[in-house]
Design a protein. Structure first.
Length: 297
């Protein structure tokens, strides 16, 4: 609760008009000032007695992890962030992942899980940054999107995403619990190998994800996969000239889901090859697909 009190003090100080010559002791009580100095000192700063209230407020925010206020069990992050993280699995493996936190993050927000293609696989998390969607996330295109985005990396020792499906679910659960995510609004998407991975993960855990969108992905068993996914809204995006992952599988899967009464649509980009699909899907900076994934369209 001590951090909560400091956070409230910081917010009050920042919201007040700042007098450049006024010391913090003129604005808040000496007791609060000493507590502020204590917290600042604990976090490696060397405060001077004559600090303006703005100085104190900003240093408190810095001490509370870069503009993040903790009030009770709720975190409010005023600025977006894109951070490298790792998850230790139950079998002792480590899965690296990127976590995007939106502006003004709060509890009960949606979360999007994105699985990269084969080019992102490895043990160096920076490799994932080659992905077009990941570049958009890290570049700030989704700063105002009210959702977390988690982007795991498939370790080099595995052949496909399906090899770590249970570990992925554990990682998603852990992240959802840590950041108080709305577990009824966790969606899944992916491209190429990640598109196929998204289909397989959702089929192995039917009902876990609120919505699924896959780009240039496929499935080997259309009928069985369709029966598992018929209860979840799903969108597919493929190129008519894709010779790496031929579009027929995705078209057949969507058709089978629709026959089962499911909410499914496929977009076939005429003349597009495998590599062109992400650029076409995200031509609107991803607004259409992202809004659909979090249930806002």
């Amino acid at each position: 609760m001590k951090k909560a009190a400091y956070a409230i003090a910081a917010v009050m100080l920042l919201s007040a008009s700042v007098m450049p010559t006024a010391s913090s002791a003129d604005i808040i009580s000496e007791d609060w000032y000493q507590k502020s100095v204590e917290l600042i000192s604990e976090n490696g700063e060397n405060p001077q007695k004559e600090l303006t209230r703005a100085d104190v407020a900003l240093l408190i925010c810095k001490a509370l992890s870069l503009q993040t206020a903790e009030i009770g069990d709720r975190q409010i992050q005023t600025e977006s962030s894109f951070e490298a993280k790792s998850f230790l699995t139950s079998n002792g493996d480590t899965i690296g992942y990127w976590l995007f936190t939106p502006r003004n993050a709060n509890e009960n927000m949606p979360m999007i899980v994105y699985l990269h293609g084969s080019h992102g696989q490895g043990d160096d998390l920076s490799t994932v940054l080659q992905d077009e969607f990941v570049q958009m996330v890290s570049g700030g295109d989704f700063d105002n999107t009210p959702a977390y985005i988690i982007i795991p990396q498939l370790p080099s020792k595995y052949k496909s995403w399906r090899n770590i499906n249970s570990e992925l679910i554990d990682m998603i659960d852990n992240t959802a619990n840590t950041y108080h995510i709305d577990k009824s609004n966790i969606s899944l998407t992916g491209y190429s190998m990640g598109g196929t991975g998204a289909v397989n993960l959702a089929a192995d855990y039917p009902g876990y994800f609120s919505r699924i969108a896959f780009l240039s992905g496929s499935t080997r068993n259309v009928a069985e996969t369709a029966s598992r996914l018929s209860g979840t809204p799903i969108r597919a995006f493929v190129g008519s000239e894709d010779v790496i992952v031929k579009p027929e599988s995705a078209v057949a899967l969507i058709g089978a889901i629709k026959q089962n009464g499911g909410d499914a649509e496929v977009t076939v980009f005429d003349g597009a090859d495998h590599i062109a699909v992400p650029s076409l899907v995200f031509a609107d900076k991803g607004a259409g697909l992202i809004n659909w994934l979090i249930g806002e369209s």
